[in-house]
Design a protein around this ligand. Sequence first.
Ligand SMILES: Cc1ncc(COP(=O)(O)O)c(C=O)c1O
Length: 413
Amino acid sequence: MTKDITLDVEFCRDHFSELAGDWVLMENAGGTLVPRQVIDRLNRYASHCQVQPGEGYPASDAAQTMIDEGRAALAALINADPDEIVVGPSTTSNVYVLSHALAPLLAPGDEIIVTNQDHEANNGAWRRLAALGVVVREWKMNRETDDLELEDLEPLLNDRTRLVCFTHCSNIVGMIHDVKAIVKRIHAAGAMACVDGVAYTPHRRVDVKDLDVDFYLYSPYKIFGPHLGVLYGKREALAKTANQNHYFVPDEGDYQRSLCPGGPNHELTAAAGGIAEYFDALHEHHFPGANLAQPERLDNMFRLIAAHETALAGRIGDYLASKPSVRVVGQGAAARRERVGVFAFLVEGRDSREIAEKLRAAGIGAFADDFYAARCIDAIGARPQNGVVRVSVVHYNSGRDVDRLVTALENIL
Ligand SMILES: Cc1ncc(COP(=O)(O)O)c(C=O)c1O
């Protein structure tokens, strides 16, 4: 059905007022812009119904409806049901709470596996469980591929393994992991899987049911929404968590309450409904009159988005690969898998911050850092150069943006 249809990038861009300026955003992996539908909802909530929701008077009911719509949109983005997600302040915060909620399940000597590629969000909180006598093992990046390889996970799994925490796609390396296959192996070992989808969700369609993950996390502010975090849990997995809220808050099956002490940010949750409206507007534009359910509409749009981004990423990857002084992380001859449009690179003998500064002077929004994936940066040896330069595209980036990036890099390298 989508065979001859390609993404109308200009139509997409028209929804983001910031993109009208004379600069290019290439730090989308840090955070994306929000379309006007999200801004409108934020405005509407704050202007008309910013009261305590769910208390039975008109403004309160309107607030509850907008919050429910936001939750539904956030769940739909990963094909979850609204009662299977917890909306919290951030992914970092959601993992922190989840690690406390699962701690009572763990006995001294039980084992958890984390990686040295992950952002610290799906890392540090789990490692801290060592204080309870939990054995923490590290699934290390393969030195040749800069990536996580299943064969390196195998020897770490045993009958004491309770949980494996890893990333769908690293915010530095950008390679897409075969989550379904990895989860299958983890389940065969009798353990649960907790997957960080933050760097993946803006680029491809996610179906948590199909992946069969126990826990999956993403951050709406990296996928055209407000600054929040979403935790998905399979119902059986959520049922194992201990209440982290006040003792009198009922914890029977209301995980939004039991796993988000203090509650979610109401206005931002309400605003998240605008992400679904935005994707629907894109769908109506590309597939006018198609009478499809929301999952199919999202499937269609992400197919177009993936094709567009892959073309942009191909150009950036080819350009960087043509420069002998540049080392792209995860794109050596040994690179084995598909990547998203996130490129972290090092330039021989140069400080990464200097390169990023020059890119910014040329009107390219880019940055150099460890991007909180500190263990990954150390593993690839990028610390002496002050981390990596990172450029990342999403669907609203155009071919012209890539031209600008290439021209700027030609002058800098
Ligand atoms: C891959 C990845 N995981 C987790 C996070 C943390 O997300 P949050 O800022 O919502 O805590 C980030 C943020 O940059 C990220 O890139």
